[in-house]
Design a protein around this ligand. Structure first.
Ligand SMILES: Nc1ncnc2c1ncn2[C@@H]1O[C@H](COP(=O)(O)OP(=O)(O)OP(=O)(O)O)[C@@H](O)[C@H]1O
Length: 250
């Protein structure tokens, strides 16, 4: 695969099982500097499981993961290289977002120098009036915004976003798209799962199609589009990949 510089993230032969069920089967891919890698696939394909293994929320039975050239199992610094937004925001319901930000700043060693950036994020996501409300009073979309601010505040080299546009209003979606573009330009990396083909086509530099736990197709978005000449055919390819894959028997 074409890549400039060492990969920021390397996933090799990842296998995840829940009991006897294999949810992710020998998945391998890399995220290079400047990449926005989109994992595409139907419900239950294994996208979230793959992401959870990368951020350490699920223990794979086999395979290896390298984050910023560090082993996350043995090197605590690997975690600081990541900003993660889960499909369902992971927040402490009784705390306010301001308290989450203060706690995260202490844990990650984020100091005064980041104040301007954090204030920018709060303003950009139109979050000022929600900052001091307990999380349990926030709407789904505002919890998503809180998660995004927390994931971005330490300017991680790798952003990992699981269905990040779900529940976001138009303005916040547009801000997030700009931030993803900035991450790409700064030679950082973004790994993202999405069901929205338009986003994959417009934002991602690479797409990986995962079905029944297997990564069955991977290419640059540029190549896919050049080959398929148009959005309808991009969607058609994914439909075909989905229907041609024999489900079960993994
Ligand atoms: N904790 C769990 N215990 C048992 N099975 C699980 C668990 N988590 C996920 N699975 C199963 O693993 C498979 C992959 O799930 P996963 O959430 O990774 O898929 P996904 O591609 O992210 O789906 P979606 O697009 O619906 O979010 C599914 O069959 C799911 O039911």
């Amino acid at each position: 695969m074409r890549m400039s510089g060492n990969p920021l993230l390397r996933v090799t032969d990842l296998i995840i099982r829940y009991g006897s069920f294999t949810a992710v089967n020998k998945v391998s891919f890399q995220l290079g500097p400047g990449d926005v890698y989109c994992l595409l696939g139907p419900n239950g394909a294994g996208k979230t499981s793959t992401i959870k293994a990368i951020v350490g929320l699920v223990k794979p039975v086999e395979g290896s993961i390298s984050i910023c050239e560090k082993n996350p199992l043995t090197d605590i610094d690997a975690k600081n290289c990541i900003g993660y937004v889960a499909e369902d925001p992971i927040l402490i319901e009784s705390l306010t977002t301001r308290e989450h930000i203060e706690f995260a700043a202490t844990v990650r060693g984020v100091g005064k120098e980041s104040e301007e950036w954090v204030n920018y994020l709060i303003k950009a996501f139109d979050f000022t009036f929600n900052l001091d409300k307990p999380v349990y009073t926030l709407s789904r979309g505002n919890k998503q915004k809180a998660s995004l601010i927390l994931a971005l505040m330490h300017k991680p080299k790798i952003l990992i976003l699981d269905e990040p546009f779900t529940g976001l209003d138009f303005q916040s979606s547009s801000i997030l798209k700009n931030i993803i573009e900035d991450w790409k330009k700064s030679q950082n990396g973004v790994l993202m799962s999405t069901h929205i083909l338009e986003i994959a086509e417009k934002i991602c530099t690479r797409v990986g199609v995962i079905i029944s736990g297997r990564l069955i197709f991977e290419d640059s978005t540029e190549n896919v589009k050049a080959r398929l000449l148009g959005e309808d055919k991009f969607a058609k390819l994914l439909n075909e990949l989905t229907s041609n894959t024999i489900l079960g028997n993994k």
